[in-house]
Ligand binder design. Sequence first.
Ligand code: SF4
Length: 511
Amino acid sequence: MALPRALAAPILTRRGLERGAPFPGGRPRKVAMVYPSPYRVGMSSLGFQWISSVLAERGFQVERVFLPEDVEAWRKARACPVSEETLTPLSEFPILCVSLAYELELVGLIELLRLAGIPPLRRDRRRHRSGGHPTVLLGGPLTFSNALPAAPFVDGMILGEAEDVVADAIDGFFADGHLGGLAALPGGYVPDVHGETLPPVARADDTLLPARSRIWTPETELHDMFLIEGERGCHRSCTFCVMRRDTKPEPVTGRLDRGGMRLITPDRLLELIPAEAPRVGLVGAAISDHPQLVGLLEALLDAGKGIGISSLRGDRVALKPDIPRLLRLGGYKTLTVASDAASQRLRRTLSKGTTEAQLLACAEAAREHKYRLLKVYMMLGVPDEQDEDIEELITFTRRLAAIHPVALGIAPFVPKRNTPLDGAPFAGIAVVDKRLDRVRAGLKGVRAEVRPTSARWAWVEHQLAQAGWEGGEACLRATEAGGAFADWKREFGREGFPAPWRVVSDAADRA
Ligand code: SF4
């Protein structure tokens, strides 16, 4: 069935706005690069863009498919999601290469498969060679912590850094018609072979770094920004974080390694940035710890580029005042740092070194360089959080706001696998909401805005973060039932789930 004009038009419009290096066409081996969130989110993902490029360089015909912005309109029109490049229906690709950033994007994957008429569960699909369904290969940031709930939906996964492995895996698929060889590759996980035991994550050879995008567009939140990683990994040890240094696999070559960070030199970065790219986004878990960051920012400004940065450590902003100054000159409007916990005591217990003095220096820098806002990311509900910690947060935020307008980006703490805090309890929806109310009340009348993420959805994320395969099946049932919170609560509260799930669902019941 032809795609209705109203659904095709936005795709053609945004294609026309893209700049950079389009994916070559006319090749025989077609791969759908699938992002289970809308275009504006997927095209802001450096990993998605990078793996697409790696596959194109290896001779595959790469076509991108995103979750439609308006799923309901596509459902009503009974339209199959299509690729950006040739409007080919998703169901016609032999293999789908899916990038999953975090747990709740599983819903987007299920929606995409259902819209395409592809049974979401692997056990319900037939192999493509026999006129059946596409094979599904999955990778992405979620594979660094717990990708088990995604297992029922995929034929295989690549855990960790996929750029060394993904082309070989897909070569094997086109040769044999299945992903059988994947199990022998680094990071290769085949549910039918491994069961629920995940192999170690893969680590790419340093020579393949840095990841970089090939297309920039005004149609994303990052607006016409060419993304490139200035470093990979982190040398710090925050106990809640999957990017911490101890969670990394052993180096393959170790040429770039500096205590857990793989640093890319400014010369190499500048050589790879296209002259015509108007803005450059520097990416890396600990990019502000790059020892040559100031020189790099100066060189980018000299080249007339706008600048963005994926993360800033408060201590670096405090110790190197040139960083906020240069970023502001590069068009950076909101100075964003993380305090991570409500009080100094809790920051210490999480091994987060940032101090109050450093955060105050960030507020001073935001004022001095006329930033629109100081945005501070933090978590509520970390282990051992007490009412006194919340009072300290309020008092301290009032001090920050006296210097410069503040936005507190507050996310409920969700413990992740592959971190020291794996297995720590979720605080409970009622507890998080009560503390949020207290923070809002305590900040009334000051220049501090509270921007929380939902405690309910954090609870769902927690269920999935701690789950095995059964979490994926529960996710499917909840999505098919409509995906309201009550649907998730019912699924996770079913008898037969492991004990921790019951405990957490009790916390939800109190909400
Ligand atoms: S939270 Fe940031 S500084 Fe801490 S380990 Fe993770 S990436 Fe590194």
